[in-house]
Ligand binder design. Structure first.
Ligand code: TRP
Ligand code: SF4
Length: 328
């Protein structure tokens, strides 16, 4: 791990992970492990900002998500996995950052405004929710990260983190490097109803879904909306099933499907059956790994303890510098 640049990223434990997470984050996280010293963590305090009325989901999904991470190939030998709330220093650094963060920066944050609208059924007019990116800045700067791999939606938060670091360095002393956004290539896959894949829309295919559940979900997938009858030619470019083929089916078959869909010589039912089979083939080793980890809960506990220990060591040292800088 020595000599490599460090990156930090986190996930909120608000439910089990689905293929949107795999293509939108985890595949990228996995390949970054080769070139960076990676710190990946469960942002459970961040989850609390929106789930504070029903926090049970947080505890229920925390371990499960780490199992998903390892099952898809994140490697605890290469990367550090930890739990945000186990490193209390994040709370202290967050508190100090709140002192130097102008309210206007938070109020004009585009993610904040969007989320308020999107989750209108919840009361998100709280102090904690407005301060969400300040806590995120603490997560990132605590480890003096060089980069932060995130999706487009999160890049304003990384920008804000840079602003906070700059302001802190300006008032006190040069403690924090400014982290870069490492933008994750956009995930192209949609949910089974063609909307963005999301647990909230009830359209997600989960990493932990069984073979049978996957077959059923694929069967329900909406295809090219213009292909109403079997005899209508289809447009693979407008079909989410085809997008899955491109990710999971062998090239030769994808080529054939592309042609026969356009000529209407293959029906959607058969096409989906092939896709479900390739998807299941890819997920099978992940399911196996999952089963193995579930059968050995001590293994996961040890991985988390070890990760927490490594994270805490750095956090303690950063906080020492921070306290010296602010003279408190
Ligand atoms: N806000 C991120 C999300 O919703 C999660 C997160 C919390 C995070 N702290 C972070 C991501 C620090 C990167 C770095 O996806
Ligand atoms: Fe989509 Fe396949 Fe149907 Fe074509 S045949 S529209 S690619 S499901």
């Amino acid at each position: 791990m020595m000599g490599k640049k460090r990156i930090v990223s986190g996930m909120r434990p608000t439910g089990k992970l689905h293929l949107g997470h795999v293509h939108g984050a985890l595949n990228n996280w996995r390949s970054l492990q080769e070139d960076y010293q990676c710190f990946y963590f469960i942002a459970d305090w961040h989850a609390l900002t929106s789930e504070y009325e029903h926090p049970e989901i947080i505890k229920e999904t925390t371990k499960d998500i780490i199992i998903d991470w390892i099952s898809v190939g994140l490697d605890p030998e290469k990367s550090v996995f930890f739990i945000q709330s186990s490193i209390k220093e994040h709370a202290e650094l967050h508190l100090i950052f709140t002192m130097v963060t102008p309210l206007s920066w938070l109020e004009r944050n585009p993610t904040y405004k969007e989320q308020l609208k999107e989750m209108a059924q919840r009361n998100l007019y709280t102090y904690g929710f407005l301060g969400y990116p300040v806590l995120q800045a603490a997560d990132i700067l605590m480890y003096k990260a060089h980069g932060v791999p995130v999706g487009e939606d999160q890049s304003p938060h990384v920008e804000l983190t840079r602003e906070i670091a700059r302001r802190f360095n300006h008032f006190y002393s040069n403690v924090f490097p400014l982290p870069e956004v490492l933008l994750t290539p956009e995930a192209r896959i949609l949910g089974i109803d063609r909307r963005k894949m999301s647990k909230g829309y009830d359209n997600a295919i989960f990493i932990s879904d069984s073979k049978e559940v996957i077959e059923k979900k694929v069967d329900e997938m909406i295809t090219d909306p213009q292909r109403a009858r079997r005899s209508d030619p289809g447009r693979p470019g407008y079909c989410n099933v085809f997008t899955f083929h491109e990710l999971y089916t062998d090239k030769e078959t994808v080529k054939e499907i592309n042609e026969s869909c356009r000529k209407a010589t293959i029906g959607c039912v058969d096409c989906k059956r092939i896709m479900a089979a390739s998807l299941n083939l890819s997920l099978e080793p992940i399911r196996e790994k999952r089963k193995e980890l579930e059968a050995n809960p001590r293994t996961i506990d040890t991985i988390i303890e070890e990760g927490n220990r490594k994270a805490r060591k750095i956090a303690k040292s950063t906080m020492k510098e921070v306290r010296e800088a602010v003279k408190i």
